[in-house]
Ligand binder design. Sequence first.
Ligand code: IPE
Ligand code: IPE
Ligand code: MG
Length: 258
Amino acid sequence: MLNKIKRWKNRSHSSDLQEKILEIKQQPLPSHIAIIMDGNGRWAKKRALPRIAGHHEGMKVVRKVTKLASNLNIKTLTLYAFSTENWKRPKMEVDYLLKLPEEFLGTFLPELVEENVQVKMIGYKENLPKHTLSAVEKAINDTKNNTGLILNFALNYGSRAEILEAIKHVLNDYKSGIMNETEISEEMFSKYLMTAGLTDPDLLIRTSGEIRLSNFMLWQLAYTEFWFTDVLWPDFSETHFLEAIAAFQNRQRRFGGV
Ligand code: IPE
Ligand code: IPE
Ligand code: MG
């Protein structure tokens, strides 16, 4: 199995890229990388294509970035795929976006299984179409015993709603006597969020030139390093990914200290 994975990794990157990878591996890597994959619509518009063509192209980048993250032994990769605000888009686009997980997993799930990737999801399952949810749940189930990269999809995810829901759960547990006031801490509160069990992101990447969070992981990003690029998501390459990690490695994280 291990040999199989090694072969797969080696043939998947050019020697130039391999060299950059080796260089990056010399220094500590971010353990959790989160990405706001933005700019698909503009990428398509630039080519006079429908917006969904950009989403389709973006899916290929998800595959490339996942492979590389896995190769780098990154522990967690969280990808913002659909926000609770994205329902505001035209129905046709929403339908397409919610078909992508199926399309992606339908094609690449065997690869993810072979690559020892564990699929996870954060976000509201309730109002997702059945076909979207069952594709994601199948992937989660098929990869649950894997021990490699955690590929965490933020799907129908919104951070403010997540925080409010956590507060309601805390209140309930308080009222029913499961916990008392003194037990309410940052560490405990984190366990009530959808990201329970995951570490906070060390590095946040957002593509397409937008410099905002768009309701993404507001609690979890408190001490994350941010890296923004004008590159549109469908144009985002392995080299850009390595560039972001190299930038992270040059940051001095102080967490409020000196
Ligand atoms: C990111 O690309 C994909 C999602 C938000 C689902 P966009 O669709 O937001 O592309 P732009 O920002 O309009 O270019
Ligand atoms: C953020 O991108 C959501 C995802 C990438 C899934 P948007 O394109 O929806 O964000 P805004 O509307 O520009 O803030
Ligand atoms: Mg956008």
